[in-house]
Design a protein around this ligand. Sequence first.
Ligand SMILES: Nc1ncnc2c1ncn2[C@@H]1O[C@H](COP(=O)(O)OP(=O)(O)O)[C@@H](O)[C@H]1O
Ligand SMILES: O=C(O)C1=C[C@@H](OP(=O)(O)O)[C@@H](O)[C@H](O)C1
Ligand SMILES: [Mg+2]
Length: 185
Amino acid sequence: MVPAILDGRPVVLVGPMAVGKSAIGQQLAQQLGLPFVDTDAVVVAAHGSIADIFAGRGEHAFREIEARAVAKSIESAKAQPAIISLGGGAVLDTGTQQVLGECTVVYLECDAETVADRIARNTGRPLLQGDAMERWELLFATRRPVYERLADLVIDVRSGSVAEIGLQLEARLREHAALKQEVEK
Ligand SMILES: Nc1ncnc2c1ncn2[C@@H]1O[C@H](COP(=O)(O)OP(=O)(O)O)[C@@H](O)[C@H]1O
Ligand SMILES: O=C(O)C1=C[C@@H](OP(=O)(O)O)[C@@H](O)[C@H](O)C1
Ligand SMILES: [Mg+2]
């Protein structure tokens, strides 16, 4: 049976790099007893590391592979409910934007100050080579309107642990599902 909190739709977490999409998605899935799908992990399992794909085949090839992984993951989550976290740039694909119209999209909202330490610790992201913070801020500025436009729910992740934000997100999803049911009555 599909849990009422999902409202029949896959829940998909979006937002810029290092805001916690993977960690909070995993946490939420665990709370709800649902499978968790990280589309970056789907890509890596089939094609090797993201850094190697960027280096060997370029960003364009990565985006094509990513869009297919996102579409497949969302399609299967319609039949077999799951929580899905995307990579930060997946929302740029117009096909993905369309598919997200059939999901509950959660935008994790953050700022440069909060992610600075996490970005400094993890140097594996190909798009953050060089001055990582400058690159992050530039990417965020161009992508922010897309995240905002696609979002059904916006969660402020500037404070709180992964566990605390997971519980907040669960409460917001319940509220959202209940409101939708009320409107559809
Ligand atoms: N609210 C949080 N508090 C502390 N650490 C966090 C929080 N959210 C994420 N992290 C940590 O930040 C790093 C990046 O998180 P991750 O989930 O990989 O981000 P994303 O998938 O958005 O790039 C990970 O080490 C994760 O454990
Ligand atoms: O923002 C991006 O363009 C990217 C974000 C990464 O995922 P996270 O947002 O989970 O770090 C990963 O998909 C790739 O390095 C590209
Ligand atoms: Mg991630």
